[in-house]
Design a protein around this ligand. Sequence first.
Ligand SMILES: [Zn+2]
Ligand SMILES: [Zn+2]
Ligand SMILES: [Zn+2]
Ligand SMILES: [Zn+2]
Length: 430
Amino acid sequence: MLEVREVPGKGRGVFATRTITGGEVVLREPPLLLYPQQSTAAAFCSFCLRAFNSLEDSAAAVVPCGTCGRVGFCSSACAAAAAADVGSHCAAVCGLLAACNTAGLSDEQQTALQFLARCCALRQAAAAGDAAAAARCAAIAGLAAPPPLVPHPAEQQSAPGTGSNSSTDVVVRELHGRLSHALAAIGAGPAAALSPAEAAELLRKEATNGYGVMAPSAPDGERRIRGTALYAQASLINHECLPNVARFDRFDASSAPASSAPHPGANTAVEFRALHDIPAGEELTQSYFPLPWPLADRQQRCQEDYGFQCTCPRCKEEATWSDSEWEADGDAGMEDALAAEGAADGAACGHHSHQHDAPGGGPAAAEQEGGADPACISLFLLKYVCPAEGCYGTLAPLPPGAGAGDQYECNMCGRRRSEAEFMAELEAAQ
Ligand SMILES: [Zn+2]
Ligand SMILES: [Zn+2]
Ligand SMILES: [Zn+2]
Ligand SMILES: [Zn+2]
């Protein structure tokens, strides 16, 4: 149902090759790499990222790594799977992390070390003839990354003799130095070593393509990150601020029925579901951050973290709004949405379908079009943003045939709402 094509100005993108029904799972894929956030590593399995407090008998089940003592596993099956997986907490990665001086490193830097250590182990295994490790190295190398930032001339002048001194370079040099020491300390072969430029490139790929896997909200409402997942295919789905697919993960899904022993890592696949019907030929898009974010925040995140300027129909339209229109939108959102509702097909706003029905349609044509209709933006946000206080998750229909009728499900908190309930809420707010 999908194909990968070049998108002018955007690199590769994923397109529907047939009509996709709202709620359909368009992509389901296990991670290429999965690694814990250092600051929360005591609470989540370092192989599958399952929350220890989601286990039925957590005290009995948690298996700490006996070698480095820095991470734990949700079961002995996961501990064994991690040890056997060169891209996980195998002996090489464990030894490397244990040998690495992490004094003074931030949580982010220590998490970056988890990633780089896995890359080193995979390279070493690939060089020793492990075909699966070589394929994973190639998949990581194939992830897109923005080009390195060109240092500002003024910065170069202020730091004579050191070349560029951007903060990114300093961080990479520091991590690279500590990793190189650790590699030498454990007697790793030359194949495992990374040059500073290779480390920098890997970290850019990680920053651009890594999904932050979030923990369930704490009682205080704060939501912590449990780790990072890199996916080969999911990373190809480009961003839009009115996306047509949403990501679902199930890291804490209860284990398989007691009759069959759960396969370690079975909870780590990511799933993308269509928010509404998607016509053949349309590009699949996801939002890289919560849908309700205001324009300035979205633009900044796209630019700084992903290296592109978002020119999607929503951004184009919102860029034309004056301050008073932003305020008015808050009050009149429901009315706008109701006005648009007549034009909508009941599943999504018209903009999505007419945009791609245009002759010579497709992303290039869509790029040239104007902004989204303001009422469509309002309806979209009311319909697809989770109404739970402070959630900011995205609602997508349950897969067809799930026996749940017209239910939508939040990808963050799991809350459900039916189409009929949504319509009733819209009417009540009028
Ligand atoms: Zn586990
Ligand atoms: Zn260990
Ligand atoms: Zn946008
Ligand atoms: Zn929610």
